[in-house]
Write a protein that binds this ligand. Sequence first.
Ligand code: ATP
Length: 270
Amino acid sequence: MSSPDQPAADQVKERTGTPLLEVRALTAHHGQLRALTDVSLSVFPGDVYAIIGANGAGKSTLLRTIAGLHRPTTGSILLDGADVTGQRPERRLAAGIAMVPEGRRLFGSLTVEENLQVGSSYARPGPWNIERVYELFSWMRDRRGQRAAQLSGGEQQSVAIGRALVANPRVLLLDELSLGLAPLIVRRIYGTLPGLLAAGVTVLLVEQDVSQALRVATRIHCLLEGATTLEGPPEGVSPQRIESAYFGLAGVAGVAGPGGGSPPHQEPPS
Ligand code: ATP
């Protein structure tokens, strides 16, 4: 049975056939800076697919490009086999790609419920609605009239997740859920993942905290300076392998042998 921290391992279906979300040879720039180089990945139904990597590795650029908020230089993005690369973000949302952006980006002057209503603007038909979000986050119903700016960081993150859910996504993109939140709150928020997976939502997340990513992921994908350095199921990948993929080092001292020791630190040394 899944624990709150390991929601998905027993829910993953066969990773064969047409991926739910596929990224093919994606390259993206910010002006002259190449932020992504030839990145490919396949997300299958039931995956919790985690993108890891250090500051500036290109994780947010990848998620934003998948959501249609950043235009790639080359490469393509397919949802259930259909090419969505040229589609605007609203069309992708209506097709089933919803994103919880880094920093939550709620409308601070709107109430909790008004923020959730914004999320339903381009909703697909499906099981999620505002009532269902209130069932997932039980505190929210009583505070639905409160302005979003008055909520704590963790509460705002939950509203941001709810806002994405009411669009009834097939793939939920989560950008740095744990950023700026206390560990207990992070655990609570990640604790909602099993419920989402059980409801048929597939998750592609960006997480700088590698330990956290390893706790929940069915698949990890490490980026280093915009390029893929590691991809696969997390089981059996040694801490050294992850650490060298994360930092780009051939060998790292002070890490325990294969299968033992702690996962790499969440932050690279400054
Ligand atoms: P972080 O964890 O710090 O958010 P990240 O892995 O998400 O990092 P990105 O935010 O995708 O990385 O950034 C990838 C590269 O692109 C970095 O070098 C970053 O400085 C640069 N970059 C990102 N956004 C912009 C932008 N709007 N304009 C110019 N450069 C950008």
